[in-house]
Design a protein. Structure first.
Lengths: 319, 129
């Protein structure tokens, strides 16, 4: 990021007017909490710290819900908007260390859709870490298409963990074996694996968990939540910093609960209505010239010595 | 024609071709009407449709006789699937907008089903003997 952008972020967080500007900038549907976590974190990415961020930390990206194959009026060109998102990432002065895709890569789990997504995202030449969305698990063999491409070194339906720069990353799959009338589901096998995975890790290890459906209950009427998400979070209670990155709801939402910061990303394909503001959670039609303000990418910065990770959202419409 | 009808005795068949044609036409209509009414009351319904729109199955409760073919039509602008609750009886491939899925219910019973993509969408087919 340039110095000028850093200064804008600083002023964004520091005072009330700046905070309101932030909220408008990030779009509707954002829940900000002033206490703990995010706004103060934004201040960290300031002019004074820009130099040190690169030296003693790293940056990674989150994109989500690219829905390649979607061609409806809400966005007839989901391929184009994904290309724009990747273009924004490619234009960053410092290349991010890697990128996380929190699922719904494709719209219908079709081979050509996976191919297209892979080609576009691969163009950024950044290491990728995926977790599937429910749209990636609807092929005839329920997940074979996804796992063939992204199942290497994963367990079960595609969960895994890895370490980078002192941070422990956990990719969870909560879109398989969904029960009728229910929410997202992790299942006992995955939960047991998770409990074991974090056992023995120092509580000062920053943890990043990423999964498609929000791990906390956002809006059960629309299935926006994970029925056994609380169980997963209980295994992470002792850690000083936990960042949860999700997608699925196609809008920004943020929540801070103790040491846990929850963040949902925008889609790169189409927006969805805010909870309860429409009859159903389907694609939301917005004026064509406003579409890109509803789509976007997220950048996550980790600085050594600061346990909390900083999440910055950029809409596709931003310059 | 009126003259002939008023002068001919009722039990005698009409000799005019025009009148004969008229009587044949009326007879055909009467037979057809009887046949149609018999058909409507006795023939079983063999097809039923469930429309998917706005994340809802409509009707949510469908009652059919055993042997009925039920067709789901996705009129929503997001894909849906149709899966029975126990994942044993029927399962559609992903239905994009305007896609259809059909299943013929041969066994009586109550079939709870849901959308595999959006599990909060549920509905029921009740099959009578």
């Amino acid at each position: 990021m340039t110095k000028r952008e850093d200064m804008n972020l600083m002023s964004c967080a520091v005072d009330r007017r700046g905070l309101l500007k932030c909220m408008a900038w990030a779009g509707t549907g954002v829940l900000w909490t002033v206490s703990g976590g995010v706004p103060t974190s934004l201040g960290l990415i300031g002019e004074a710290n820009a130099q040190t961020a690169a030296a003693t930390g790293f940056t990674f990206m989150q994109i989500s819900d690219s829905h390649i194959g979607f061609k409806r009026p809400e966005n007839p060109d989901a391929i184009g908007t994904l290309k724009e998102a990747i273009g924004k990432i490619e234009a960053m002065p410092t290349k991010p260390a890697f990128m996380i895709h929190t699922g719904d890569i494709t719209h219908l789990s079709r081979a050509d859709q996976f191919d297209d997504a892979d080609q576009i995202i691969g163009g950024a030449r950044i290491p990728m870490h995926y977790v599937p969305g429910e749209h990636d698990y609807v092929d005839e063999d329920a997940g074979k298409a996804y796992l063939e491409r992204y199942g290497k070194n994963t367990k079960g339906a595609g969960w895994y963990s890895f370490d980078q720069g002192g941070v422990h990353f956990i990719g969870l799959v909560n879109v398989v074996d969904l029960k009728g009338g229910g929410l997202g589901n992790l299942g006992s096998e995955q939960l047991e694996w998770l409990e074991d995975d974090v056992k023995g890790k120092s509580a000062s290890t920053p943890i990043v968990v990423f999964a498609h459906i929000p791990l906390w209950i956002v809006y059960p009427e629309w299935g926006w939540g994970t029925q056994d998400g609380a169980k997963a979070l209980s295994y992470l209670k002792r850690f000083g910093s936990v960042t949860v990155l999700n997608g699925h709801i196609h809008q920004l939402m943020q929540k801070v609960e103790g040491n846990v910061t929850f963040h949902t990303a925008r889609s790169t394909a189409f927006p969805q209505p805010e909870p309860g503001k429409a009859k159903s959670p389907g694609p939301m039609q917005v004026p064509a010239d406003e579409l890109r303000s509803y789509l976007g990418i997220a950048r996550v910065d980790f600085r050594q010595g600061s346990e909390k990770l900083a999440v910055t959202n950029t809409a596709l419409s931003a310059g | 024609m009126t003259n002939i009808a008023s002068t001919a005795p009722a039990h005698q068949p009409a000799r005019s071709p025009r009148l004969r044609r008229l009587i044949s036409a009326i007879a055909i209509l009467v037979i057809a009407a009887i046949g149609l009414s018999v058909g409507l009351s006795a023939a079983p319904v063999t097809d039923a449709t469930v429309k998917i729109d706005n994340f809802t199955f409509g009707p949510k409760l469908l009652t059919v006789k055993a042997g009925t073919k039920v067709t789901w039509v996705n009129q929503d602008d997001i894909p849906h699937t149709v899966i029975d609750k126990n994942r044993k009886v029927f399962r559609s491939k992903p239905l994009d907008t305007d896609d259809k899925f059909s299943f013929t219910f041969t066994q009586p019973g109550t079939y709870d089903y849901f959308c595999g993509l959006h599990p909060h969408m549920t509905a029921q087919v009740v099959v009578t003997p």
